[in-house]
Design a protein around this ligand. Structure first.
Ligand code: GLA
Length: 522
């Protein structure tokens, strides 16, 4: 008996000793709780810490990290959060370094791409880091706002600048949109993506930050160029990089955007994922809330949904008042990303109708990460898909090749064709695809896409276009939309089962428009 009491006492002492080692010693700083990292005129990030001795565990979506992500040696704090969070094999990290002092002190962050920012870490209440869920409206179908009868065309700041841009760059871009000929080619919207907003003023009104001191004046300037202007927010409290979002302020923000004169809103899910579920009911409800708010303002604003294609958004996006909806994750300026985003759309071609478009993300043309052939494929594919054409490059300094791609009016006309018929797959053999799309005026666009890593001979049979040429003589015109050349073809080619054969470069395209003239007897 006394032996087991002795053993019990011994265990209690050992456990107490271990607990002492693990827990924060009395008097030692305890960082346990919620923290906000904020950058002046930049975004905010909320972090949850649990301190055990010198070790800091960090909270993520699924609770605390399994292993410590940081240390506190004396007053030196070092946190290293893997990306994606919780992945033990990750080679990418966001680090925070600070000399701690009370509940608010300067801290430096180095993000996963090596970008360093100087900000502040401040202790906050749990309710600020995790705001309570507000009720969503009952789902209903909002009326069509009558906008975007053809896929929207314009420019957006994100692909080129991320949040490193300002009012002056947007104004210069508007100037360049006009002087380069982009506006004449159909590009209309100048869209200010993440990075413009600051915190709310004491009345709760969203404001521009120091780089965007007067959002109304900016809108006026863009309008004075004969263009339209777009703005960016989120159904969550913050947009993806931490700038202010519209959570709980939907009506006010819609009103503010309308008062400032904005014509387009891109509404990005981002931190809404920490409040709502990723179910159709929650996504649709949150987007409907803002759709309703926009409609109430009475100002026509194109509504662009951005929730990365989850929960089959193409099936319900229009019900929320949406004019376009992202159907993919973010595009990057490389072949693999563009190819994946673009060709995946062939599975959902039934959804777009005038005013409601699938959006495989913005253009990367001119950003330098792809070859000319790859960028021509990008532009041709987006045009065949009836995708929005939102340029994402520096319009102030475009090479001739970039201009020739973005401003090819024949290719743009395919995108903007008023019939808005879906693209069809005429043939698919491994990496070789022939796509066709009926166009207004007895015409079809035919795209021979070579996704392979070598040039390839590709072909299609003229009669597979089903243009009724065998019924009698019709004039036939075939134009190669990238070279501008006429392709010689006769009605016999259509009746005798002849084919067109073309050499298509690696990752390249041959895009044709075939127009059949009015029926005439021989
Ligand atoms: C998301 C969107 C992007 C861009 C960024 C801004 O990733 O998909 O298009 O708006 O947010 O942070």
């Amino acid at each position: 008996m006394s032996k087991s009491i002795g053993l019990f006492r011994f265990l209690v002492v050992v456990l107490a000793f271990l607990a002492c080692l693990c827990e924060t010693a009395p008097g030692q700083t305890d960082l346990t709780g919620f923290w906000k990292y904020s950058v002046q005129d930049g975004g905010v990030n909320y972090l949850e810490f649990k301190q055990a001795g010198e070790q800091i565990f960090v909270g993520g979506r699924n609770g605390m990290s399994q292993t410590p992500y940081g240390t506190l040696h004396g007053d030196k704090l070092h946190i290293q959060v893997p990306s994606p969070f919780g992945n033990p094999d990750s080679k990418r990290f966001t680090t925070y370094d600070a000399v701690i002092k009370g509940d608010k002190f300067p801290a430096t962050r180095k993000d996963q791409d090596g970008e360093v920012t100087n900000g502040t870490l401040a202790k906050v209440a749990k309710e600020e880091a995790h705001p309570a869920r507000l009720p969503l409206p009952e789902l209903r179908d909002l009326p069509d706002n009558g906008l975007a009868r053809t896929p929207p065309m314009g420019w957006n700041s994100w692909n080129k600048y991320h949040d490193h841009f300002d009012d002056a760059i947007v104004r210069q871009t508007a100037d360049a949109m006009v002087s380069s000929g982009m506006a004449k080619a159909g590009y209309t919207y100048i869209i200010v993506d993440e990075g413009w907003s600051s915190y709310r003023d004491k009345n709760g009104k969203i404001t521009g930050n120091a780089r965007f001191p007067d959002m109304k004046a900016l809108a006026d300037y863009v309008h004075s160029k004969g263009l339209k202007i777009g703005i960016y927010s989120s159904p969550g409290p913050q947009v993806c990089g931490g700038y202010q979002g519209s959570y709980g302020h939907e009506d006010e923000d819609a009103k503010t955007f309308a008062e400032w004169g904005y014509d387009y809103l891109k509404y990005d899910w981002c931190s809404a994922g920490g409040i709502y579920q990723s179910t159709t009911a929650d996504l649709q409800g949150a987007y409907q809330k803002m759709g309703d708010a926009l409609a109430k303002t009475g100002r026509p604003m194109v509504y662009s949904l951005c929730e990365y294609g989850s929960a089959n958004v193409a099936a319900w996006g229009a019900k929320t008042g949406g004019n376009l909806w992202r159907t993919t994750f973010d595009i990057s300026d490389n072949w693999k990303s563009m190819e994946a985003n673009g060709f995946s759309q062939l599975d959902i071609t039934q959804y777009p109708t005038p005013g409601h478009w699938n959006d495989p993300d913005m253009l990367e043309v001119g950003n330098g990460g792809m070859t000319g052939d790859e960028y021509r494929t990008h532009m041709s594919l987006w045009a065949m898909l009836r995708a929005p054409l939102i340029a994402g490059n520096d319009l102030r300094s475009m090479t001739d090749e970039t201009k020739s791609i973005l401003m090819n009016t024949d290719v743009i006309a395919v995108d903007q064709d008023p019939l808005a018929k879906p693209v069809e797959v005429l043939s698919r053999q491994g990496k070789y695809l022939v796509l066709v799309r009926p166009l207004d005026g007895n015409a079809v666009a035919v795209g021979l896409f070579n996704r392979g890593d070598e040039p390839a001979e590709m072909n299609f049979q003229w009669d597979s276009l089903h243009m009724g040429v065998g019924l009698g003589f019709k004039s036939i015109e075939v134009k190669n939309l990238w070279t501008g050349e006429e392709v010689k073809v006769t009605s016999d080619d259509f009746t005798a089962g002849n084919s067109l054969t073309a050499t298509v470069p690696k990752h390249g395209v041959v895009l044709l428009k075939v127009t059949v003239g009015p029926f005439r007897f021989r």
